[in-house]
Design a protein around this ligand. Structure first.
Ligand SMILES: [Zn+2]
Length: 107
């Protein structure tokens, strides 16, 4: 097949897959020789999603709303996301703006 991103040729390959920096192992994929992008078939994509669910990583991205507390803005972090990040009350975190629309929270 042709790479959707760059139009390069893809070859069948075993590729390492990780999600949120957690290695899932090797999976069969079509990998682009030019840019390195990997494409999984439907069956493999499903297998990866199952594993993601098993590890509690699936669906961690969530919408939340900004609240106002005194002079600061507060963002509620959903419980499953907090427990994935081992965030507890009183833990100090560093907030780093990544762009005009992105914020990194480092525990
Ligand atoms: Zn490519």
């Amino acid at each position: 097949m042709k790479c959707v991103l760059c139009g390069g040729k893809t070859v069948q390959k075993q590729v390492d897959y990780k999600e949120l920096e957690i290695p899932f192992g090797k999976f069969k994929a079509e990998a682009c020789e030019k840019c390195g992008e990997s494409y999984f078939d439907e069956h493999t994509a499903e297998e990866i999603q199952q594993k993601s669910k098993q590890l509690g990583l699936f669906g961690l991205a969530k919408k939340t709303t900004v609240a106002e507390v005194g002079n600061s803005m507060a963002i509620r972090i959903p419980k499953d996301l907090a427990s994935f990040l081992s965030l507890k009350k009183g833990v100090e975190v560093t907030l780093t703006p990544k762009s005009k629309h992105g914020l990194e929270i480092q525990a």
